[in-house]
Design a protein around this ligand. Structure first.
Ligand code: PRP
Ligand code: URA
Length: 211
């Protein structure tokens, strides 16, 4: 259905956790925890191509050459607000990653993303970037955020979502064919308000308890 740049990570653990996120009776605390866990599990796949180098290590038995992540620099860039929910899960695995922030919200009538905040690490152009947002609906927010990162000079960008629909994936693939997409599930489509159906509702509201 999608090309090799789209990774649908349908591991049983991810599917199980996603079902808990979908459940309207899941409360804020559990929802937030599971978004973080899902992000960590996805990160495991999204960082599969990180380069390794040999390092000399002395074990209690002997000396030898072993693998260590080479000095490639990583930054994660959550799209505010909902992307913030994915940050901790990834930092638990990669504590040295730097974090940039992009504030975008979808205009409720036009569904066009509106920028309201941006703060990046000073060396962002030299870093491999993973843009984070649980939801890839029309794709407008992701396309704009990735363009933002390119305007900063970033050359290696990945997008990590929890839930997507085909039109959102297609929008990103068309606007940014170089960007690999990692997502835990792809739902059939959007409703009249551009919400994913069956989806999980408004991710930002469910993470922050604002509704
Ligand atoms: C949600 C979501 C994405 C965007 C996806 O954010 O977190 O950023 O919508 O929709 P799109 O693919 O059609 O652009 P929202 O605008 O609701 O802001 P919030 O995170 O502050 O709730
Ligand atoms: N943003 C959300 O939070 N949920 C959707 O279903 C679509 C956009």
């Amino acid at each position: 259905m999608f090309d090799e740049k789209v990774h649908v990570l349908d591991h049983p653990l991810l599917q199980h956790k996603l079902s808990i996120l979908r459940d309207k009776n899941t409360g804020v605390k559990e929802f937030r925890e599971i978004v973080s866990e899902v992000a960590a599990l996805e990160c495991y796949e999204a960082t599969r191509d990180l380069p390794l180098e040999d390092v000399e290590i002395e074990t209690p038995m002997t000396k030898g050459k072993f693998k260590s992540i080479a000095g490639k620099k990583l930054a994660i860039v959550p799209i505010l607000r909902a992307g913030l929910g994915m940050v901790d899960g990834i930092l638990n695995l990669i504590p040295s990653a730097k974090v940039g922030h992009i504030g975008l919200y979808r205009d409720p009538d036009t569904h066009v993303p509106v920028e309201y905040y941006c703060k990046m690490p000073s060396d962002i152009a030299e870093r491999e970037v993973i843009v984070l947002d649980p939801m890839l609906a029309t794709g407008g927010s992701a396309v704009a955020a990735i363009q933002f990162m390119k305007n900063y000079g970033c050359q290696h960008i990945k997008l990590m979502n929890i839930l997507a629909v085909p039109e959102g994936i297609q929008a990103v693939r068309e606007a940014h064919p170089d960007v690999e997409i990692y997502v835990a599930a792809v739902d059939p489509g959007l409703n009249d308000h551009a919400y994913i159906v069956p989806g999980l509702g408004d991710a930002g509201d469910r993470i922050f308890g604002t509704k």
